[in-house]
Design a protein around this ligand. Structure first.
Ligand code: HQG
Length: 196
């Protein structure tokens, strides 16, 4: 790529990363800061989001937003006509209209070494979010855990949990969600990445 094109590409990539972080924040944690209220499912009007972002110094066009939704590695957002939402990860009250589903027998949670003693003693808590987030594959769990440093991957016996009455939900971007994972269902893994 010629130097000038590569420079513009890098600037645009940075712009999109910043935009993604801003939209994650507003749609999951602070819609009121943009004067928005989440509808059932977590939806807001695209026009309201664009206007709110503009007012907060994150100007973006509908084309930027569409590209962001399509290119998000984790499919963090969804567009539905004139509406947009974050698929999961909220801390504000919202009814995501999830229905309980049967999980795969094993799920994984990526975390960091310093949290492990507390988790093995008290279980996995949802913290400020609505749910504990779990992944179907080791690689996704590894990426989540790496955000905080030295990664440890925990294996969750989802099948036994479900048999004992713990509900599971699956978000539109394939994150498995549950309310709490008691310690007896958690095991340390070697954390080897998926072969494929
Ligand atoms: C830990 C990102 C001590 C837990 C990611 C985690 C994910 C405990 C942290 C999504 C504990 C909470 C969610 C206990 C839980 N003692 N520590 N008893 N129970 N923890 O960010 O799962 O990129 O709320 O292990 O990729 O890390 O934003 O949850 O480390 O999908 O789209 O407490 O956020 O998605 O941290 O991440 P978080 P998470 P995005």
């Amino acid at each position: 790529m010629p130097f000038q094109a590569s420079f513009i590409h890098s600037i645009y990539t940075l712009f999109m990363q910043r935009l993604s972080r801003a939209i994650s924040y507003y749609l999951r944690h602070a819609p009121q800061e943009l004067g928005l209220q989440l509808e059932p499912g977590g939806w807001v009007e695209v026009a309201g989001l664009l206007a709110g972002l503009q007012a907060k110094g994150h100007p973006c066009t509908l084309a930027d937003l569409t590209r962001l939704v399509a290119s998000s590695d984790k499919r963090r957002f969804a567009l539905d006509g004139q509406r947009i939402r974050a698929n999961q990860g909220h801390s504000v009250p919202v009814n995501l209209q999830l229905t309980p589903q049967s999980p795969p027998p094993l799920l994984y949670h990526g975390t960091t070494a310093r949290f492990v003693p507390g988790i093995l003693e008290q279980g996995l808590h949802r913290g400020k979010r609505h749910h504990v987030h779990l992944s179907q594959c080791l690689d996704s769990a590894r990426q989540v855990g790496q955000r905080r440093g030295s990664v440890v991957i925990l294996q969750v016996d989802a099948e036994s949990m479900q048999q004992q009455g713990h509900p599971f939900y699956c978000s539109a971007n394939q994150v498995w969600l549950t309310n709490f994972v008691p310690p007896q269902f958690i095991r340390l893994t070697g954390g080897q990445p998926d072969p494929g």
